[in-house]
Design a protein around this ligand. Structure first.
Ligand SMILES: N[C@@H](CCC(=O)N[C@@H](CS)C(=O)NCC(=O)O)C(=O)O
Length: 387
């Protein structure tokens, strides 16, 4: 059988996560970096509704998107070397950390890349020389336009201002300290081999924080054990890495401060975002840990993330429920997870993630996407549905 095809950008957050996962699982795949005006526009967009990577084409010709449901899907099809524990407590908290790391470290990762001139110049040039190399203009101009776009959307447009900047950076620095304490004791988050939580943190820690000039220098000096873990996870293969997770029904020491961040910052953010979505707003203000973020974009995808976490909570088996509930309470995470109940995202009403529904794309739509892309937090574009 021919292998899977994984489409990535070699500098991208979620691409690094998916690449490490497929490597760890030894799932045969070809890796392709699409061009913006080539395969991304003409192949990936019509088949997934997204101008985004990572996406996967299966040997049967299906298209998959979104690293979180993709990993669930691959775990079903390739159960050897499972990364999601069968123990219900460990499974729930691994999923919670994956989601937290995916979404809450995104802002600091993008801030460090696009706010610091050394990083912004290096990375924009790299974009211009790789997946944007076919743009019909001088590379320096492509790079300059890209720096402007990325800063506008992902830094200024994501609430990073002189007032919030120190908090955004503290999210990174505190995370380094928490992970350093864990990796001084054990090789992976849940013990002797990688779990879903490792792959969640890997998204930001690999392609952004350990490789972009400014956060990399910080990691090398402040958290060398994290720097080492990045390479260790990248080099791990399930049939070679022989360690064990901590005993069922337990979590390793060192998870509490991270779970506390989840309860104090991330879950209240997910709730505020969901409420703003229900009210039909485009932006909302959010106060956390003594700082107020103004005009944060409402992200439909993260309304869905919250629904998904609530579903996982509902699915925790009765035998483990008390223990999971107690740990969530201890971290201040139970109340914000459940506050105001379920708020519907309506994100996947017409598809079942990670499977994508192909759609015909008109020429005008293509031209628009070529110039603009799909908005980073927009819903999957669908036939007949404007964004
Ligand atoms: N939740 C998705 C997010 C994918 C995503 O945001 N991809 C980024 C790169 S890491 C992208 O392609 N962005 C395109 C753009 O900025 O226009 C996942 O986990 O795969």
């Amino acid at each position: 059988m021919s292998p899977y095809t994984l489409y990535v950008f070699h500098i991208s957050y979620f691409s690094g996560k998916m690449q490490a996962y497929l490597r760890y699982k030894d799932i045969p795949h070809d890796t392709i970096e699409p061009k913006w005006g080539g395969e991304l526009l003409n192949l990936i967009y019509p088949n997934t509704g997204l101008m985004k990577v990572p996406v996967v084409r299966t040997p049967e010709g299906q298209w998959l998107a979104d690293s979180t449901p993709m990993i669930d899907w691959f775990e079903q099809r390739h159960p050897q070397g499972a990364v999601i524990p069968s123990d219900p407590l460990q499974a729930f908290f691994s999923r919670l950390l994956e989601d937290y790391a995916d979404e809450w470290l995104w802002r600091p990762a993008l801030h460090y890349r696009w706010s610091y001139p050394a990083d912004a110049h290096a990375l924009s040039r790299r974009f211009a020389e790789t997946f944007l190399s076919e743009q019909p203009m001088p590379k320096a101009m492509t790079a300059a336009m890209l720096r402007e776009r990325q800063h506008r959307i992902y830094v200024a447009g994501d609430g990073v201002t002189p007032q919030t900047r120190a908090h955004v950076e503290a999210v990174y620095l505190n995370t380094l300290d928490r992970l350093q304490a864990i990796f001084e004791r054990q090789p992976f988050l849940l013990g002797g081999r990688p779990s879903l939580a490792d792959f969640g943190f890997f998204a930001s820690m690999f392609r952004h924080f350990s490789l972009d000039p400014t956060p990399s220098q910080i990691m090398q000096t402040r958290a060398p054990a994290v720097f080492e873990w990045v390479a260790r996870l990248w080099n791990s293969r399930h049939h070679i890495t022989t360690g064990e997770w901590v005993p069922p029904g337990t979590l390793p020491p060192g998870w509490e401060p991270i779970l506390h961040d989840v309860g104090e910052a991330y879950l209240p953010y997910l709730h505020a975002n969901a409420v703003a979505w229900r009210e039909g707003r485009k932006t909302f203000d959010f106060s956390v840990q003594g700082v107020t973020y103004r005009k944060l974009p409402v992200v439909q995808y993260r309304v869905w993330c919250r629904e998904r976490l609530q579903d996982h909570w509902q699915a925790v088996l009765a035998a483990a429920r008390g223990a999971v509930e107690q740990r969530l309470r201890d971290a201040g995470a139970l109340e914000p997870l459940l506050r105001d109940g379920r708020i519907a995202s309506h994100l996947h009403e017409r598809d079942t993630p990670p499977l994508c529904a192909p759609r015909p794309v008109a020429l005008g739509d293509k031209l628009y996407r070529y110039l603009i892309g799909t908005h980073w937090h927009g819903p999957r574009a669908r036939a007949g549905a404007g964004e």
